[in-house]
Design a protein around this ligand. Sequence first.
Ligand code: HEM
Length: 493
Amino acid sequence: MDFAWLGSLFLALIISSLIYSTWNIMYGRRNLPPGPTPFPIVGNILQIKRGKLVKSLMKYREKYGSLYTIYFGHNPIIVLCGYETVKEALIDRAEEFGGRGRLPTLDSFVKGFGVVFGNGKRWMDLRRFSLTTLRNFGMGKKTIEERIQEEASFLVAEIRSQTEKSIDPSTLLMQCVSNIICSIVFGNRFEYDDESFQKLLTMLHVATKDMSSTWGQLQGMLPVVMNYVPGPHKRINAHLSRLSNFILERIKMNQETLDPNSPRDYIDCFLIKQQQEKDNPSFNMSNMTMTLLNLFVAGTDTVSTTLRHGCLIVLKYPEIQAKLREEIDCVLGENRSPTIEDRSKMPYMNAVLHEIQRFCDILPMNLPHLATKDINFRGYTIPKGTDIYPLLCSVHQDTKQFATPNKFNPNHFLDNNGCFKKNDAFMPFSAGKRMCLGEGLARMELFIFFTTILQNFKLTSQTQFTEKDIMPKMTGFGNVPISYRMSFIPRVL
Ligand code: HEM
């Protein structure tokens, strides 16, 4: 007797019950906001266009509104869109929406350590300590302003010494910006031709590149499957390990020369805190290494990418560049370095910098948040531990808040008299409890570096950039500008 058909039937039954139970688990989570129907195992991944995650999420907004659910694998994610919804969640209900969500591309390396990916008491201790220490080292004060002015003058000298007429500004901008956070964290800046510095920044560059690749994106959405698939995403942990080895070496150097009465940098302060709070695991070695890595990465990549976008935009719009220069000449003249007090006297520069940050939207999906308890929100129930994506790009493109959201337009931040006009929907640093810890430092760097560059150089390029060229390009993690070459023509000889 042939029992083969019985075997096939049995197999079919097992497969269908597996599919059914997965489907059931997905829909068992009742009263979540609506969203596209997920498939078993992969969720909505197949409905997302390859490499176009942000665009796909913005498209779903048109269908499901400002609050919807999407599945990465079997993991539901609540997507928040538009100024009103993001504000209500992150500001009005800051406590409930203030956890840090999963970022599978990094989770196996980070393991929840450090200020950026920490939660609960660990995060609170590290955030409070980091803010106090950064302030003690001058964040938001005169001391750090002077450090940035000095670095800006090194940058000007370096650009003047370049013999090549047309350069890609990425490396220089990354170096000058990174030197600011390095001064605070490691207690010293690096020369631009220092090999160890160049190596460090290359490591950071390749790590972000691999994270942003399509493979990296897939790893973010389907971590369990992608763990078994070869590809560049497999190198991410190795790059990050190399970066953290550099940091461990610096910690060791500080340990050997520490004078508890005279802390030289953030590392010294952490070592002193560790001795004072021996039993507090928030200040153990893993949290120290990861927090240092967080500050180094966040303090380098974000501001330099914004400046790269900024230079490209003024290359595209020479009339904006000319107007900025006019204001600089009027307020600062040729030689005086900009100070942060000048910002209020330079409304056009202030508006252009705000518009650069809005338009370029370097972290369009924000960092993931997490529900810290069961949340009742707009008639739905979001269970504790659910990942939440507050889309900053949807705030920056909110037509109720900005007249021409898809165009670069400094008038978004100027009133009819040419005075600077605030807009609450300006959220590149996010909002609420997890808001960027380095906002003060970043805004000071952007103003002083950008103003100093335009005070000293006319920016030109042989390429005629189009509106499409200046549109931010979404990689897996953040928006970056196209790569381009340009010339810095000295204004004062
Ligand atoms: C243009 C520059 C920058 C932008 C646009 C930016 C943006 C952001 C955003 C969107 C977040 C996530 C906020 C959230 O989860 O709601 C964040 C977090 C963070 N940023 Fe920045 N950032 C910038 C510069 C910096 C700098 C210079 C530092 C270094 C001091 C820094 C350190 C951090 C840290 C430590 C966090 C984690 C905060 C937490 O989880 O509590 N950022 N940033």
